[in-house]
Design a protein. Structure first.
Length: 683
């Protein structure tokens, strides 16, 4: 049994921090809007205490912030009503409403309030001590309260192709009920995670794989799909992906598994829905005809039946609603009997529509039953962390093991809730030397309780903790770039599984053909400024340099090129300049560092932006190797496969931030790489 007093102290602490973060979000952000296309009815939903109506809509915007179970507002041109997101696919979604609506509108918008997720998280934390079947002991163990057990069972599968550190990680993760996999860039942490999964499946365990982003969940699924040991689970529908995913993940979505398991009721739904639509069309036409015939005077009758011997030409309502024998029968009647006949026909259509709705409802109930069985029958469930406290399909699910990808980026109270789903083991996969969770509040208490990495909380010295296995061989970066990353951020512990020859094609291409690592010294080449009303910085000269160098790379055949900068305003300026150039601009990506975590490109151009007259910004000039500045720089430079170009005013950083993370990086880059003066480059 968990220590309830200790558990309550954690919950109280997290609750206080979440309240502070919600306050900061309300001060800084407005609602988030997702435009929808015109939708269609999808039937009634009577499976809950209160009846409701379901509607399907196509998506016109990004769905990254959406999750099944999310409560939000649907705004029309007239009103705003509360809805619940019940199904989510890459191209559309389903909403549940408490009352019928007209889904056909060009201006429908789904309105989300960013702090709503935290409201649901608070409810999850509050219910945690008294919810049957949860495992708070696992949560407390994760945060350092409780012993870690080791069963010492040997591996049951042959994990061919793993290097020694990856194999050791699989062994530790499958023997202990708490383990950390420290995966520096390019070391194959997601591949290692996949091997952990199939080993635990071989032992009969049921698993939840979760992460902060949909992209990370899809990468884990892709690695699993590449392993022969996982394919039978995918084929049997026992590996299920909650939420939207990339095209490669569609085979594992709840929708796809449901369709494979419920083809007959799915076909019945389609047939009855189509028939109901046809009947409704005739009903609408019949009502128009009833009103048409009810108009006073003989004019309408003369229009309908101009001459007894001529074949009548019916008006549109008549031609649409009544065809064939019905049309002949109606036109043969005397005018006084036509309205009576139409009323009888409408009554029969009403009865037929009711029958169609009943049959459609029964087929949809069968589909919902199959859907409700998809997750309980799954051996592996993959979902973002938001699903843990939002998705009704996970509300009653429990697992032998919970595996968290990108764990260093996860907000601590969310991890606490996720761990409570694990009856046995919790495995954390991530890199404490990359970016932590994003928290808006500047309150020290909030940042301590939410923004720190779980590595910093549980294994503050990961290199010396036996709960941690570090993957020590990288397969992404040219050895020159990899050594810069290893020496600057990992104490020289990274080895290189990729050779210089394997990246030579990138190295030989411009800019700076023949060089893998280049420092472009921008001394005296432009001034740094801040945008009006913002702290974000921009530098017109370095922006122009970035565009020039990126275009050279594309023109010389570089497959993928990205410009990375710490500042959103500089990213905007670079994108603006790229938009003014030729068609190659569409092949050059530019964004802030946070958006590139987890990605890689052949050529990376890092624009540091900072220069006189401003002092170095906190994003780059943090002191010591463990600051967020070091993590940001690590993410920036480790995205590069074959060529890394650093734009920086070297003397400026030496003078104004001598002990900073950026200065340490530049000094090592200057020793190992190639120096170019920006003054000699034509912009």
């Amino acid at each position: 049994m968990p220590d309830r007093d200790l558990l309550q102290r954690f919950i109280t602490s997290f609750t206080r921090a979440i309240a502070g973060e919600m306050e900061a979000m309300r001060d800084q952000f407005g609602p988030y809007e997702v435009p929808l296309g015109s939708g269609r009815p999808a039937g009634r939903d009577d499976g809950q205490a209160e009846p409701g109506w379901l509607f399907d809509f196509p998506l016109r915007g990004a769905a990254e912030r959406l999750a099944v179970g999310l409560e939000c507002a649907l705004r029309t041109d007239r009103t705003e009503i509360m809805v619940t997101l019940t199904r989510l696919a890459p191209d559309g979604l389903q909403l549940r409403t408490a009352q019928p609506i007209d889904p056909v509108s060009p201006d429908l918008v789904l309105v989300l309030y960013p702090w709503f997720l935290y409201e649901r998280l608070l409810a999850c934390l509050e219910e945690l001590p008294d919810t049957a079947g949860l495992f708070p002991d696992s949560s407390l163990r994760l945060f350092g309260h409780g012993p870690v057990h080791d069963d010492r069972q040997p591996l049951q599968l042959d994990h061919e192709g793993l290097n020694p550190s990856q194999l050791r990680a699989v062994t530790v993760c499958t023997q202990r009920d708490l383990a950390f996999v420290w995966g520096p860039p390019g070391t194959g942490k997601t591949r290692t995670l996949a091997h952990v999964v199939i080993e635990l499946l071989a032992r009969g365990e049921r698993l939840l794989i979760t992460s902060t982003t949909n992209a990370a969940v899809d990468q884990a699924l892709a690695q699993l799909a590449a392993l022969p040991g996982a394919i039978p689970y995918l084929e049997r529908g026992e590996m299920v992906r909650l939420g939207p995913g990339t095209p490669g993940s569609h085979v594992a979505t709840v929708e796809a598994v449901r369709q494979r398991r419920a083809a007959p009721p799915q076909e019945q739904c389609g047939r009855w829905r189509a028939r109901l639509e046809r009947v409704n069309e005739r009903l609408r036409a019949g009502l128009l005809l009833r009103d048409y015939l009810a108009e006073p005077g003989p004019t309408r009758q003369l229009e309908l039946f101009a001459a007894p011997t001529a074949r009548p030409t019916p008006p549109p309502p008549l031609a649409t609603g009544f065809r064939g024998q019905y049309l002949e029968r109606l036109t043969a009647l005397e005018p006084p009997l036509q309205q009576t006949w139409v009323r009888h026909r409408l009554a029969r259509l009403d009865a037929l529509a009711a029958q169609c709705r009943e049959r459609l409802g029964a087929a949809e109930a069968q589909l919902r039953q199959v859907e409700n069985e998809v997750v309980p029958k799954a051996r592996v469930v993959l979902a973002t962390m938001a699903h843990v406290y939002l998705n009704r399909l996970l509300a009653r699910e429990r697992f032998d093991a919970v595996i968290v990808e990108e764990a260093a980026m996860a907000v601590l109270p969310v991890l606490f809730c996720c761990a409570a789903l694990a009856a046995g083991r919790v495995v954390l996969v991530g890199d404490p030397q990359q970016l932590p969770a994003i928290v808006q509040s500047r309150q020290a208490y909030v940042r301590r309780a939410m923004a720190r990495s779980i590595f910093a909380v549980r294994v503050p010295d990961p290199a010396a903790d036996d709960l941690v296995v570090m993957l020590d061989e990288q397969y992404r970066m040219h050895p020159a770039i990899g050594q810069l990353v290893s020496d600057t951020f990992y104490g020289g512990r990274l080895r290189h599984g990729v050779t210089a020859a394997a990246r030579q094609t990138c190295v030989e291409r411009r800019p700076f053909a023949g060089q893998a690592l280049v420092v472009v010294d921008t001394a005296g080449q432009g001034a740094c400024a801040t945008a009006s009303g913002s702290y974000s910085r921009w530098n017109a000269v370095t922006a122009a340099l970035c565009v020039q160098l990126a275009q050279q790379a594309i023109h010389d055949g570089m497959e993928s090129v990205a410009v990375i900068t710490p500042y959103a305003e500089q990213a905007r300026l670079v994108r603006q300049r790229l938009g003014q150039t030729t068609a190659v601009a569409s092949r050059i990506e530019c964004s802030t560092v946070h958006r590139f975590q987890g990605q890689e490109r052949d050529c990376i151009i890092l624009d540091t932006v900072d220069s006189e007259p401003l002092a170095p910004g906190v994003l780059l000039a943090g002191q010591g190797p463990d600051t967020e500045a070091a993590q940001l720089l690590n993410v920036s430079v480790s995205r590069a496969r074959g060529k890394l170009v650093l734009l920086a005013d070297v003397a400026y950083f030496r003078r104004r931030a001598p002990n900073s993370a950026i200065s340490a990086l530049l000094e090592r880059a200057l020793m190992a790489g190639y120096l170019v003066q920006a003054a000699g480059l034509a912009c």
